[in-house]
Unconditional design. Structure first.
Length: 202
């Protein structure tokens, strides 16, 4: 289940690390997890997505998704430029803060990633919390700059069909499938952030 619904314990997959394909096979219902994340925003639709193994991801989606790092860093390295964050839906329920967002290249405004973020604000210091709520800086950059002890785990990979509203965020001239991942960020050993990260089709 998503981290915002999990107890504050480390899952077995982290205690006994698996290679990406094994971890995919051990994952439990990524489509259900995605529906739960969408439901946090009041979105009851069924996502047009299905699980896919890491080995089946095409390039460059595989290189951008199959890693245990921050997507901010991966995208900036891949595109040789900085990215900006653009939240377009924000929802908060107590200490659980979520946003639907795009990441775009600073140079030309092209959207290179879209997705969802759900954050347990209790898991970080007040200064980090304030910067997250300001919604002006990509999350990965905030955590790195504040030297938050963190661990990113990729939990499942998805093929998202061309007619899904999230893929429409890219404004493609013709229908294209996209690929993404469900990931969790642990802050000081506690599951703090649930992520859906979808990269723009090449």
């Amino acid at each position: 289940m998503p981290a915002f619904m999990k107890p504050a314990v480390r899952p077995a997959a982290l205690l006994h690390p698996l290679d990406p394909d094994q971890r995919f096979r051990a994952s439990h219902g990524p489509a259900k997890e995605l529906r739960l994340m969408l439901a946090f925003f009041g979105d009851a639709r069924v996502p047009h997505a299905r699980p896919i193994t890491p080995a089946a991801l095409p390039s460059p989606a595989r290189e951008l998704l199959v890693h245990n790092g921050h997507m901010t860093e991966m995208l900036e390295s891949h595109h040789a430029g900085t990215v900006d964050v653009h939240p377009y839906v924000i929802h908060r329920n107590g200490e659980i803060y979520g946003r639907k967002l795009d990441l775009s290249l600073s140079a030309d405004g092209r959207i290179v990633m879209t997705g969802l973020m759900i954050f347990n604000l209790q898991s970080v210091a007040p200064a980090v919390r304030e910067e997250i709520l300001a919604a002006q800086t990509p999350l990965g950059r905030i955590l790195i700059q504040h030297r938050v002890l963190r661990e990113v785990t990729s939990e499942a990979y998805l093929r998202i069909e061309s007619d899904d509203p999230l893929v429409a965020r890219f404004g493609l001239p013709e229908p294209r499938v996209a690929y993404g991942r469900l990931a969790t960020i642990f802050c000081d050993g506690v599951p703090a952030v649930d992520l859906l990260e979808i990269v723009a089709p090449a």
